[in-house]
Write a protein that binds this ligand. Structure first.
Ligand code: SAH
Length: 252
């Protein structure tokens, strides 16, 4: 692939900012994206947007703010994405493979020909919730000093966008791309959400949750599926099993 064709892939990468408090950070994130050639900004319930401060901090990246997609929750921001990474300053202990930026970029680019990729950034004061992380295939952690690990939101966006540009300018990436899933489309986040709802209901109808907390059990199951890059065919088998549990007739 030519460098130009590689860089064209940047339009399939979206940056999602969740519940951002300071509009200046939205502007600075837009500027960081545009410097690296990314253009698709999604804002989940921003506290203050549109805003003059965002405009002023974006400097020349006003077009990204104008075209930003504002949505009500993370599910809506990523429903059509085939691979999602949640970023965190903290190394959480459960479910998600922890990737550093270069590894995250490589892994996501292996899936990019199947659909859009999302990199999700959390709130300035509290990051992403565990439920939001449960929508992600991996946790992206920028290795910082563990004693002072939290980067400014826009600085974290800058590091990730730079890593995408650097990877796409190098040849290494194009050789790895397209190796996987050539024969079967990946399920997107919206289809995975539908399956999780179905699985929850099917397990509930069996009385499976018993005394355990269904949210915790489901979060662990989501972690299991999210690590597996589930294809659409695999997803319909799981849904078929759920329907069978619920005693529904299978369409064959
Ligand atoms: N106090 C919050 C930090 C929020 S910083 C917490 O403990 O989670 C705001 C956002 O910037 C984070 O949600 C994450 O998206 C990003 N970020 C900051 N530092 C990061 C790091 N070292 N690695 C990856 N993302 C980081």
């Amino acid at each position: 692939m030519t460098q130009q064709a590689n860089l064209a892939l940047l339009k399939n990468i979206r940056i999602v900012l969740v519940n951002t408090s300071h509009p200046g950070n939205i502007g600075a994130a837009a500027r960081a994206m545009k410097n690296m050639g990314l253009s698709r900004l999604y804002l989940v319930e921003p506290k203050d947007f549109p805003s003059l401060e965002a405009i002023s901090r974006s400097v020349g990246a006003l077009d990204l703010l104008d075209n930003a997609v504002v949505v009500k929750d993370l599910a809506e921001a990523v429903s059509d994405c085939v691979w999602v990474a949640g970023t965190s300053a903290r190394l959480r202990t459960i479910e998600w493979p922890i990737l550093e930026p270069e590894e995250c970029v490589q892994t996501s680019l292996e899936n990019i020909e199947q659909g859009d990729i999302a990199i999700v950034f959390g709130r300035e004061n509290s990051g992403l919730t565990n439920d939001e992380m449960a929508k992600c295939n991996a946790l992206l952690h920028i290795p910082t000093d563990p004693d002072y690990s939290s980067l400014n939101l826009a600085a974290a966006v800058q590091v990730v966008c730079y890593e995408y540009r650097r990877a796409l300018l190098s040849d290494k990436i194009s050789k790895k791309k397209g190796n996987k899933h050539r024969f079967d489309a990946l399920a997107n986040a919206g289809q995975m959400d539908g399956m999780y709802g179905h699985l929850h209901d099917a397990l509930d109808s069996l009385g499976f949750f018993g005394v355990s907390n269904p949210d915790v059990v489901m979060r662990r199951l989501k972690g299991l599926f999210n690590r597996a890059n589930v294809t659409q065919r695999e997803l319909s088998i799981v849904r078929g099993i759920c329907s069978a549990i619920q005693g529904k007739k299978l369409k064959r």
